[in-house]
Design a protein around this ligand. Sequence first.
Ligand code: CP
Ligand code: NVA
Length: 305
Amino acid sequence: MKHFLDLATVSTREMTYLLDLALQLKMEWKTGGNRPVLQNKTLGMVFQKPSLRTRVSFEMAMKHLGGSAIMLGPQEIGLGKRESIPDVARVLSSYVEGIMARVFDHDHVVQLAENSRVPVINGLSDMFHPCQAMADMLTIREQFGKLEGLQVAYVGDGNNVAASLGLAAAHFGVTFKIASPEGYELSQPIRDKIFEIADRNESVMEMYVMPQEALQNADVVYTDTWVSMGQEAEAAERRKEFDGFQVNQHLMGFAKPETIIMHCLPAHRGDEITDDMMDGPQSVVFQQAENRLHAQKAILVHLLA
Ligand code: CP
Ligand code: NVA
């Protein structure tokens, strides 16, 4: 692979390789530190939206691997406004060895990649969050010692995080069960892609309207915000539509007692998830957040070293 834009265009073999490498780099980091395989390499980080995890984990990953990162916030380069996206890509890629971009419109990260001389990584777009899904798979594998045969139930918006999680599950033989309110399901093209990859890997995707049904026999329950960045104007309406989709003690009563709870964060405590579920013994959300660092190191080493 040349870029890392979505999990539909990455092969299952590469995904497996990246996950193995992430585990290896995590172990290496925990037992003395990583080798400086990205020495003298710099990652340009373009952000059109706020970020804690993506921004800091990419910057620290580069540092741990002997390289460096430059943060370019929305006020700095005005992607597509001050300068056209192809021009930004041509210029930026003549200075740095890799680009990571968080954008509103997925097509903008595609345009960056098409015009860049160096690898481009999607750090979240309106359609996908592939780096998150790699950290999620790493976390699930650590928890259960395997991926194949597990069931992941996603409760909530059929958004960027759900799309990447569904694609990742399809690659790894994980059953993906998604429950969304009517009108907030995964888009048809993304469903088609998940089914296509799932077919190749003996994985399954099931869609539900009732979260209770999705939770039955699930090993993992996953949720994300009801209001993604850029959808703030719809917040009040969305809160109404997602009534009944909160991950709380009552809903978790439909799952097995040992089911783990995941969230990509930031969480909107009291909306999609309650405090007791976020902070309770089933939650692995902070391990999951830490794993962004380790999973992304693998992506960086694979593309930049
Ligand atoms: N999960 C995630 O991408 O977090 P940030 O928005 O803080 O980067
Ligand atoms: N779906 C959320 C994920 C944030 C990491 C958003 O796009 O805002």
